[in-house]
Design a protein around this ligand. Structure first.
Ligand code: MN
Length: 602
């Protein structure tokens, strides 16, 4: 009996999100679409996740236009997207009218299959998106965000899947974003799901720990019908099992996918060349890394944290932060670590380590989380911490979006004539700052995507040598001499610059990132806090808002500043009661720990 396995290829979304910081451009997708469309995939994942953000922020592409172009170029294949439930593609809960408008427009512009997840696995946050997908006549896929913890049992996941089936979902996906699944756990989970629900099961597993193909095979043997793969030049490691490998593995068995291996290999060669173009975005953490099986921290989150720690000049605290993450996660009732909870947990863990005292600073996002603002925690939260964080404020026990008023009218008014379509309004809704900037630059004709550095092997690197400028040096390190040649230098982009060197003939690439601009800048003129009335912050960061003015009388404990570090906001309180006499910062300033930001006189 044939139990044909259906394949979803992630090459146009998750594969490059996992390996190349989501940087693949539409111009590198379109030339191969004709071939992709002939493969016979069940679907191609092409949109959502971080693609929307990357398009607007870095590539200066209209994400809606990308979707329309892919739709036209892939007439015979289902197009799929990843949607963060009530968060859509942003980082907060949107009102229901925004969710409905977004899903309707995504459907009209070309999406057939919506994979919908919630970072808390709180199905209340999926409901409106599922209903909107069904109203548009499209495929609604309910998603289990897989994680491990004392409360994440097979029974709990099955119960969630049953709820999603009752809500009208057409299928269920097991989303193992971190590579936590093991083969036998997968087999057990799929078997239990198949026994209790009648929907097709999709398995989306990242190969971070090198286990994904084994997990998929066990899922298949236990009744899963669908697997997510990535064409091999963009597969494995933090990405997914290779399409060609899985097709070959199942060929001739009862699970044969029926896909043409030679056609897939041609597509693989095309993307092999494409990947080289984006070498500057290759993460150093894309190979197999089994640490997630010990510390439960997803690889993507580790690399993200590493970048942010580097920005804060605190990369040496990484192992302490990794040890603190599970403790914070336990305090928060074991949320799965996926956008946005991964950031919320990671940043709070970092603050706990850097401050030398746990929860001395609590981010606004952790407060909102403990209040119930993201939905119901999977487990029990630390009640003492909750009281400390939210004080006497009321708990939110309804679906968070029930508290939100309709927003579309307001959003349309705010963006005004810059929006040429409802899609533009939604772009602005997802990313108020960079979305507006994108629409402004588009109107002014000044959109300019970040620069792609030349491929070093191709020799297209700018020559560093100028007349009379030495580019060869002999240096001594511990008594040994090395010959260093500067062979080229890339264009400065995002504050970073690549230098190409050779050391004793061996090529080396160095990415030069200047230290944070605030070091040595005007900010360094601020004196160090020495008195109780000196308001300072424990974290380096940006001033988001100044809540007081000179002359104001404040109470001890009153919030006087909002700062932002690592995408999370923190309120800074006055430590004494008194009168504000001097304010040393304005909105947008970068500040360092211990500097006097505001002076209060008792
Ligand atoms: Mn994924």
């Amino acid at each position: 009996m044939s139990k044909k396995i259906f394949v979803t290829d992630t090459i146009l979304r998750d594969a490059h999100q996992s390996l190349l910081a989501t940087r693949m451009r539409t111009e590198d997708m379109l030339p191969i679409c004709d071939k992709l469309d002939k493969v016979g995939y069940w679907s191609l994942e092409v949109w959502g996740g971080a693609t929307f953000d990357a398009c607007v922020r870095f590539l200066k592409e209209d994400p809606w236009e990308r979707l329309r172009q892919l739709r036209a170029a892939l007439p015979n294949t289902r197009l799929q997207m990843l949607l963060r439930g009530q968060n859509l593609l942003g980082y907060r809960h949107y009102s229901d009218d925004v969710v409905k408008a977004f899903v309707a427009k995504a459907a009209v512009n070309g999406i057939d299959v919506f994979r919908i997840f919630d970072a808390m696995n709180d199905v209340r946050n999926l409901r409106v998106a599922i209903e909107a997908v069904k109203a548009a006549g499209k495929h609604a896929q309910g998603t289990i965000a897989y994680t491990t913890s004392p409360v994440h049992t097979t029974e709990a996941f099955v119960a969630q899947a049953k709820q999603m089936e009752a809500m009208g979902c057409d299928s269920v996906a097991i989303k193992d974003m971190a590579g936590l699944l093991t083969p036998y756990a997968t087999g057990e989970l799929v078997k239990a799901l198949k026994a209790q629900i009648s929907l097709p099961i999709f398995i989306h597993s990242h190969d971070t720990a090198g286990l994904a193909a084994m997990c998929q095979l066990k899922a298949i043997e236990n009744g899963a019908e669908h697997i997510d793969t990535a064409i091999s030049s963009f597969a494995w490691g933090t990405s997914h099992p290779g399409t060609e490998s899985m097709v070959a593995a199942l060929k001739g068995s009862e699970y044969d996918t029926g896909l043409d291996l030679s056609l897939l290999q041609e597509i693989g060669m095309y993307f092999y060349a494409v990947r080289k173009k984006y070498h500057q975005f290759e993460s150093e953490f894309t190979a197999v890394d089994t640490r997630v099986q010990v510390n439960q921290v997803p690889g993507g989150m580790i690399s993200n944290l590493a970048n942010q720690l580097k920005e804060q000049g605190a990369l040496n605290r990484m192992s302490e932060v990794l040890a603190e993450i599970p403790r914070v996660r336990e305090d928060l009732g074991y949320p799965p670590l996926v956008t946005p909870t991964s950031q919320i947990v990671g940043t709070q863990a970092f603050f706990n380590v850097l401050a030398g005292e746990r929860y001395k600073t609590i981010t606004n996002e952790v407060k909102l989380y403990l209040q119930g603002g993201y939905g119901k925690a999977p487990g029990v939260v630390n009640e003492q911490l909750r009281r400390q964080a939210i004080g006497n404020e009321e708990l939110i026990d309804v679906r968070p979006a029930d508290l939100l008023k309709p927003e579309m009218v307001k959003l349309r008014a705010e963006i005004g004539a810059l929006a040429k379509s409802e899609e533009d309004v939604l772009t602005f809704a997802m990313f108020p700052d960079i979305g507006r900037k994108f629409l402004e630059e588009r109107a002014a004709g000044t959109l300019s995507p970040e620069v792609l550095l030349p491929i070093p092997e191709a020799g297209g690197v700018t020559k560093a040598s100028g007349e009379g400028v030495p580019t060869e040096f002999v240096i001594d390190v511990h008594g040994e001499s090395y010959r260093v040649d500067i062979t080229g230098v890339g264009v400065k982009a995002e504050g970073k610059r690549h230098f190409y060197l050779s050391i004793d003939g061996m090529p080396e690439e160095v990415v030069f990132e200047p230290l944070n601009e605030f070091v040595g800048g005007s900010a360094s003129k601020r004196k160090q806090a020495s008195e109780p009335g000196h308001v300072s912050t424990a974290m380096p960061g940006n001033i988001v808002d100044v809540l007081v003015a000179v002359g104001d009388v404040v109470k001890a404990g009153q919030s006087v500043l909002i700062t932002e570090a690592m995408k999370m906001e923190t309120e800074v309180q006055a430590s004494i009661a008194g009168k504000v006499v001097t304010i040393h910062v304005i909105k947008g300033d970068r500040v360092n720990p211990g500097e006097i930001l505001i002076e209060i006189e008792a």
